[in-house]
Design a protein around this ligand. Structure first.
Ligand code: BGC
Length: 465
């Protein structure tokens, strides 16, 4: 890696070599940081396969089991609340490094726990790491990425989340035969090691360094990330955007920032209350209600839905910097609405379980094209650098709060409104999400983070990179 600033002849082979090395660093950075997303997906899903064994080995009542399952979401709430402050203070890289260590340690502790209390403590801290990773991974990716491919690189985070969910399904499935629930949790130590090792060698975000006034390291960082001739200009743009006073929490609601904050929180809540995790966490249960013949067939069908989620995320990564965020959001929420209406109708007409299965795949496909990846992308790119950490905390806190609410009330909702009514309610929420995106979400494709900042300030500045 270059420690010296390169010579300034733009056409030189040295410069071209540095650009290529920089591209390699960007890709490596994105791949390693995305392991944070993989751990997020894995650790939120792995519990589903371990649940039954925990209940019998620890002699848990239903209420105790519910507590043991939900405690990681409570940890994630706390983690996302502190992540913004921590990452603004200690840097993106340091916090991701610490999160990797936490994931590793507490995954092992969860696997070694000897009762409800030790298990819940360990899972609470795993949850806290999930909360931190859910904020810092996309943030770090957004700050490192060149504007023209930022959508794809940040969305690697969502791809990693979906891969983590599927890997958890398969690990659970493979270990269930031997009742080996301890290894279901301990397995997370392997990606955690990759995250820690990667973060030891990867660079700090140049934008964060600039914010801390370390101009030289920030510039070196941009060169290292292959910005070549644009490094100076990019740094100047960042510095210009940083000129105003640091903002406190209340500063988030000042005009110029307020709208960005509302858009982020709105998208975060809508992503969750559109019901995605009823499918991700409960699809075997839903399929069983729809008349699926056996629990085993329902679990396998759930795994197929998980794989569809991964594949469609790849497609979204390919499209997001070409078609733009708004197009994916609008077509995605429109498709989700249609799929949910059909799922509700299938339950209403008591159609065959296979019909519900295909419609659930349809719903996940439209989520994976739009609201899934694009929500995380937008909340990492729409905020001005000086409030990014705090504003992202508020948005991720909203994600985890809404996630908790939906996951915790889904079965009661089915009971109260019936399956048809429940999915129609989610369908109605997707209509609201469509309108929200149509009216409030700006297009950020190809714009530098500073140009996006200027948009909120109403300067009409529209530089592209
Ligand atoms: C959501 C998670 C969800 C996952 C499914 C993410 O964007 O935030 O709550 O489980 O997508 O792919």
């Amino acid at each position: 890696m270059t420690d010296q600033l390169p010579a300034s002849n733009p056409g030189s082979p040295v410069r071209a070599g540095i650009r290529n090395a920089g591209r390699g660093t960007v890709i490596l950075t994105a791949a390693v940081a995305a392991v944070g997303g993989l751990l997020f997906g894995y650790d939120t899903s792995v519990i589903s396969g371990a649940m039954l064994f925990l209940r019998s080995d620890f002699h848990l009542s239903s209420a105790q089991l519910e507590f043991a399952v939900g405690i990681a979401l409570a940890g994630a709430l706390v983690g996302s609340a502190v992540a913004g402050y921590s990452t603004d203070r200690w840097g993106r890289r340091t916090v991701l490094l610490g999160t990797g260590i936490g994931f590793g340690l507490f995954s092992v502790f969860s696997g070694l726990s000897w009762g409800l209390v030790s298990f819940s403590v360990a899972r609470f801290f795993v949850g806290a790491c999930i909360g931190v990773a859910s904020l810092v991974t996309p943030l770090y990716l957004a700050e490192m990425s060149p504007a023209r491919i930022r959508g794809a690189l940040v969305s690697l985070n969502q791809l990693a989340i979906t891969v983590g969910i599927v890997v958890a399904y398969f690990v659970d499935y493979a270990l269930a035969a031997g009742r080996d629930w301890r290894w279901m949790f301990i397995t997370a130590v392997f990606p955690a090691i990759i995250l820690v090792a990667g973060m030891l060698v990867l660079p700090e975000s140049p934008r964060w360094l600039a914010r801390k006034g370390d101009r030289e390291r920030a510039l070196r960082g941009f060169y290292r990330l292959g910005r070549g001739d644009e490094a100076e200009a990019e740094l100047r743009e960042v510095e210009q955007a940083l000129q105003e006073e640091e903002e406190g929490f209340l500063g988030l609601f000042r005009s110029g920032f307020r709208m960005a904050v509302l858009v982020g929180v709105g998208l975060a809540i809508l992503q969750q209350i559109s019901g995605i995790n009823t499918i991700i966490y409960y699809s075997p249960e839903i399929l069983r209600i729809s008349g699926y013949p056996s629990a085993k067939a329902a679990i396998l069908a759930a795994a197929v839905i998980g794989v569809a989620n991964v594949l469609v995320t790849v497609l979204s990564i390919f499209l997001v910097d070409r078609l733009g965020r708004r197009f994916l959001l609008l077509s995605g929420t429109a498709g989700m609405t249609a799929a949910l209406a059909l799922i509700g109708y299938a339950f209403y007409r008591q159609a065959a379980g296979a019909v519900v299965f295909y419609e659930m795949i349809g719903y996940v496909v439209f989520f994976g094209i739009g609201l899934g990846p694009v929500m995380w992308l937008l909340i990492s790119e729409i905020y001005p650098t000086k409030i990014r950490g705090k504003a992202m905390s508020l948005a991720t806190l909203s994600v985890w709060g809404a996630n908790w609410l939906v996951a915790g009330t889904f079965l009661s909702l089915i009971h109260a409104a019936g399956p048809a009514g429940t999915f129609w309610i989610f369908g109605f929420i997707c209509i609201l999400a469509f309108v929200f995106c149509l009216v409030f979400v700006p297009e950020t494709k190809g714009k530098t983070l500073e140009a996006i900042e200027a948009h909120w300030r109403g300067l009409g500045h529209d530089s592209t990179a």
